[in-house]
Write a protein that binds this ligand. Structure first.
Ligand SMILES: NC(=O)c1ccc[n+]([C@@H]2O[C@H](COP(=O)([O-])OP(=O)(O)OC[C@H]3O[C@@H](n4cnc5c(N)ncnc54)[C@H](O)[C@@H]3O)[C@@H](O)[C@H]2O)c1
Length: 361
């Protein structure tokens, strides 16, 4: 058996999530982490020491890293509002890109990223690890086989009862926005892609900081720690989205709510309905049909499919696509539609009215 061709990877942004990328790249014997860049030089050097990257390959300027070190691909792990320049520069330098979610907070940044990608011949994969979960793959197979017919309505849900993150996630300057982009982007990607990537037409939304400011000082909830006075972004958002094909979607995203649930993601089609259960609840996917014999609820546990660990699967899928010259395992054109909705929802919430959105780039 021949040894697979090696893939050399650089990391841009050496904060929290970059270590998760490194951990899973390290598990792939034919991947080599060759360089790292962070605007905080000590952070880049510490990252290099942790992951066995030569210290002279730790840079404060990612452009210098791209120029000086030979690599096929980069993982971009900078905060939300710093996704655009590293992505467009890396694509222009001929590198494949695994960009952390969300693609961008503003549609302008999303357009710049898409224009840099189109025609580049390079992979642009936005890191939505739930794409690789068994639940998503089963749901996708169901809709692609036409089991639901035409999907005319769906609900996208991203829920934490009391899970406000800290650090760069709370600042407008770094995060751009709050729960809507941080976790709402996953729910949006799942829902829009399962709906067949319809083009959004208009959005009306509510977004606000309703609970995060209530307590003062350091707060803890499970693995989350934050300081109430540092929260500059929304902790709850809800949006109603209309698509050009006549379908509609409700999106709900919250970091905190006085509720044990704000509902399951579900899809209504002309032939059947589908609901997705929260992680750990069986079955992961439920299907509903009305038969002539009466109401039949068919609950569908994936048969013969092992539960997939989505994080290592995301890193492996990107590395394999780079090695084998495959397209992005996650279509950036669908991801761009999520950016269009996020941008529209934030604009609508600010203006207090429904806004038109433009899904072209
Ligand atoms: N997929 C997931 O499960 C997941 C989980 C957490 C975070 N994320 C995403 O990853 C991104 C980073 O999150 P984090 O928690 O690691 O944030 P972080 O604040 O811990 O790290 C971001 C790092 O980027 C660096 N940086 C900023 N601008 C830079 C630039 N121009 N060049 C080089 N370095 C730069 C910062 O100095 C910092 O070290 C965010 O977009 C976030 O949404 C994804």
């Amino acid at each position: 058996m021949s040894t697979p061709r090696g893939v050399k990877i650089g990391i841009i942004g050496a904060g929290g999530i970059a270590h998760t990328h490194a951990r899973y790249y390290r598990q792939i014997p034919w991947v080599e982490l060759v360089a790292v860049a962070d605007i905080i030089p000590e952070r880049a050097r510490a990252f290099a020491r942790t992951w066995g990257i030569p210290e002279e390959h730790a840079f404060a300027d990612y452009r210098e890293m791209l120029e000086r070190i030979e690599m096929e691909a980069v993982s971009i792990c900078t905060h939300n509002t710093a996704h655009r320049a590293p992505t467009t520069d890396a694509l222009a330098a001929g590198k494949h890109v695994l960009l952390e979610k969300p693609m961008a907070v503003t549609v302008e940044d999303g357009r710049a990223i898409m224009r840099a990608w189109e025609g580049s011949g390079r992979i642009l994969m936005v890191g939505f690890q739930p794409h690789f979960s068994t639940q998503y793959q089963v749901a996708r197979r169901i809709v692609e086989q036409g089991v639901l017919g035409d999907i005319y309505y769906a609900e996208a849900v991203a829920f934490r009862r009391w899970g406000i993150p800290g650090g760069s996630f709370l600042k407008k300057e770094t995060a751009g926005a709050g729960a809507l982009v941080d976790i709402g982007c996953y729910a949006l990607y799942t829902t829009i892609s399962l709906m067949g990537s319809p083009r959004p037409r208009s959005v009306t939304a509510l977004a606000g900081t309703f609970l995060a400011h209530q307590a003062q000082g350091e707060q803890r909830w499970g693995r989350f720690t934050w300081r109430a006075e540092e929260v500059e972004v929304e902790d709850f958002a809800a949006a109603f989205v209309r698509f050009e094909n006549g379908a509609a979607m409700v999106l709900k995203a919250c970091w905190a709510a006085h509720a044990d649930s704000i509902g399951r993601p579900f899809f209504l089609g002309t032939r059947g309905g589908m609901a997705l259960n929260p992680r750990g609840v069986q079955p992961p996917v439920e299907l509903y049909f009305n038969q002539q014999i009466g109401d039949l609820n068919l609950t569908c546990a994936p048969q013969g499919l092992a539960e997939v660990e989505d994080w290592p699967a995301k890193i492996q899928a990107f590395a394999e696509a780079v090695r084998d010259g495959l397209p992005s395992p996650i279509d950036p054109r669908t991801v761009f539609l999520t950016t269009v909705v996020l941008d529209g929802a934030l604009r609508s919430a600010r203006e207090g009215r429904e806004v038109e959105v433009d899904p072209t780039y």
